[in-house]
Design a protein around this ligand. Structure first.
Ligand SMILES: N[C@@H](Cc1c[nH]cn1)C(=O)NCC(=O)O
Length: 430
């Protein structure tokens, strides 16, 4: 197979994932405009982000099953259409309920994208390159969030709400043409479709993935790693840097952009480490969680405002969380047969989006409880609210250690290093 064809397919997949991240993040800079347009409060505004994450997380398992059944090409086509319809509806919405409905469509289209692209990577690349290419896919795709920042700010200011969101929807039409022209499910066929299954067979297939200890290990790795960067990047980073650390809006914006860019640095390093030392994949993620928790401790316990260099260190360390979460997909991939790869990835992806949703909502509730009726939150309120992260890290680390022990009891080091963590006799989960 020609190497350039493989890279062309991957580039289109990456473009589609970057576009999904762009649509996901396209509200981040439009908060004020949205409040004015729909006449809504801060918590109603936050409900857009929460709803999107909720839809995303709840669709992961059905989407994984759909990708195993119908293939990436078909599911990605639906994803682009649904997300573009969502952005079009958002562009034209004039009331809060219609706008909420539009965000449901955006969340649904977004939810159908990443697993398809990961599935493409596993069918187009040789096994030894999969960890690195998957890492690069996850990390380069985050650039969509950068594209949603400055260009969307410009478009909202210059073109106005309706035309800015309509323009972003039109990009989907262009992406759809590239998808249909270039993207095939596998080198030897356009569609890679699984056999039709009854509801009972689907449940059995999901149960088989779930009973693999490696799927559980992957789920908890994905649960523990990405919520801290999501917390900073999606909602609370900007107000934390401005209201609690007394930084200017420009510095806060630069710190958030740095968080996105940090992804690019970790991708190659983690991809190489994971590909080369599969036995130590969970250790790598435990080190990342330990580093994030320790750096947050220094920032939260710092007397007064943390110095800028410390905030930069925080962003550089927390930026490893997203790339770290990709390790979860790799553990699931080596723990399941090819025809179940996408549904196993769906199970994994529920982890990080659930923990991100919990932490984003919990921080909002804890801030409100400490400063009832006020619209600006004190540094002290932020410190206590952000400390909530330790509960999730505690739970995640205990579960990672537990499921790693199960995997290691069932599978020898030689088998793991040969690229499989699949337990031969699928046992019933405890
Ligand atoms: N945690 C992300 C992947 C990632 C890589 N770098 C930063 N984030 C993930 O699980 N992505 C799924 C998605 O749909 O974005």
């Amino acid at each position: 197979m020609s190497v350039s064809r493989r890279h062309l397919v991957w580039s289109v997949g990456l473009l589609l994932y970057g576009l999904a991240v762009f649509h996901r993040s396209s509200l981040a800079v439009a908060g004020l405009a949205a409040s004015e347009r729909f006449g809504i409060s801060a918590s109603q505004l936050a409900s857009f982000t929460m709803l999107q994450l909720l839809v995303y997380a709840s669709m992961q398992i059905p989407v994984g099953l759909m990708v195993d059944r119908f293939g990436s090409r078909t599911v990605l086509t639906s994803a682009v259409i649904v997300v573009s319809l969502g952005q079009t509806a958002f562009a034209l919405a004039e009331s809060y309920p219609v706008a909420l409905g539009a965000r449901v469509l955006v969340g649904a289209g977004d939810a159908m994208t990443f697993i398809c692209v990961l599935r493409l990577v596993t069918s187009w690349f040789p096994a030894r390159q999969i960890p690195l290419v998957s890492q690069l896919t996850g990390n380069l795709g985050q650039l969509g969030a950068l594209a949603a920042a400055a260009p969307m700010t410009w478009a909202l200011g210059e073109l106005g709400w309706t035309r800015a969101y309509l323009a972003s929807a039109v990009v989907g039409a262009v992406a759809l043409v590239a998808l249909r022209l270039v993207l095939h499910d596998a080198p030897d066929r356009a569609h890679l479709r699984g056999v039709p299954m009854t509801a009972r067979a689907l449940a059995a297939s999901l149960g088989a993935s779930w009973s693999q200890p490696g799927t559980r290990l992957g789920l908890w790795i994905h649960f523990s790693t990405p919520f801290s960067p999501a917390l900073l990047g999606l909602l609370w980073g900007f107000p934390f840097f401005v209201a609690a650390e007394h930084r200017s809006e420009a510095v806060a914006g630069a710190l958030i952009s740095l968080l996105v860019l940090t992804n690019l640095g970790y991708g190659p390093l983690l991809g190489w480490l994971v590909g080369r030392h599969p036995w130590h994949r969970s250790t790598v993620t435990l080190v990342i969680v330990g580093a994030m928790a320790s750096t947050w401790a220094v920032v939260l316990l710092w007397p007064g405002d943390a110095p800028l260099w410390l905030l930069v260190v925080l962003v550089l360390v927390v930026g490893a969380g997203g790339p770290g979460s990709m390790v979860g997909f790799d553990v699931a991939r080596t723990s399941n047969p090819g025809h179940r790869t996408a549904s196993a990835s769906g199970i994994i992806n529920v982890g990080g989006f659930t923990s991100s949703l919990i932490v984003i909502v919990a921080v909002g509730i804890l801030l409100d409880l400490q400063t009832p009726g006020e619209s600006s939150y004190s540094p002290q309120a932020f410190r206590w609210a952000l400390a909530f992260q330790y509960l999730l890290w505690g739970l995640g680390v205990v579960q990672v250690l537990r499921w790693r022990r199960r995997v290691r009891q069932a599978v020898g080091r030689d088998q793991v290093e040969a690229g499989s963590t699949m337990v031969a006799v699928e046992s019933t989960p405890a």
